[in-house]
Design a binder for this molecule. Sequence first.
Ligand SMILES: [Zn+2]
Length: 131
Amino acid sequence: MRWKYSCPHCYGHLNPDDTVVLVAEHAGKRILMGLHPEPGVYSLYSPDDFPIREGSRWLLRCPLCHVDLRSDVSEDLAHLDLRSGDVVHRVYFSRIAGERATFVINAEGLMKDYGIHTDHYLENLVHRSFR
Ligand SMILES: [Zn+2]
């Protein structure tokens, strides 16, 4: 497997297959949401194609420990750990449906950003590092 995601709180592995599985809550609904593992690919999977309205903001939780995955970088970004080879990165991504903003941070700082909606987050992320 090329990308291996885990919860930053309990370290549980969140993509046993390729798809990253999270608990997602919005407007009184709670579903399992599947995310494409490749940063910058914005395919979402929901049970029975449960409608995910563009612009809706989802509370994302780890399915194992139920921690709220919101980051301290921005209220609108969630975060996960991503192991690729022997290196662990931190990935920040928008929890607003349809918003394309993903950031990969390593020990040196911002490694790469993806998506067309990154501008208003970049300022908070350029000085971040993760180890
Ligand atoms: Zn967890």
